[in-house]
Design a protein around this ligand. Sequence first.
Ligand code: SF4
Ligand code: SF4
Length: 166
Amino acid sequence: MLEQTGIPTMSDVNAVLPSPVRLTQGPIAILECFQNIPCNPCADACPQGAISIGNDINQRPILDETKCNGCGVCLTSCPGIAIFVVDYAFSESHAMVKLPYEYSPLPENGQIVNALNRQGETVAGVQVKRVQLNKNKTAVVWLAVPKALAMVVRGIAIAKEDCQYE
Ligand code: SF4
Ligand code: SF4
């Protein structure tokens, strides 16, 4: 349970996912923001006006899937590291998963890294397709992830001694 562990379950995640049809149509933000806290940078940052918080800043953000184009601007503005972008249309076998990343060192383009689930467990070896640097120092790591794991992979480990897939 989220309340007991701080880790969202797939049931929590499924409740905030865009529609299955929209998920097939290209990149879209996944707002994994599950607590009622006074926070709204994501809504302010979105150039498409796709995120709304409502009149009470403690309400959780809601995504308008018809407006979101998956640009990822909200991802880098979220202090809670709670936003991801997923693109199931990336290739036949893989989705592109974009993660906020605030550790050092950064991974490198092309590197195979351990893909972690929300519990921090390694679930696969995946390739880094791009490391996007941003002025606010929240980097975005683009990963090619097997489609079956696109809603599972939410972190990476790059230390060589930890990597089971090199
Ligand atoms: S990915 Fe871009 S368009 Fe979609 S909600 Fe975030 S900032 Fe808005
Ligand atoms: S910025 Fe992040 S933590 Fe704050 S409301 Fe938006 S998704 Fe939640």
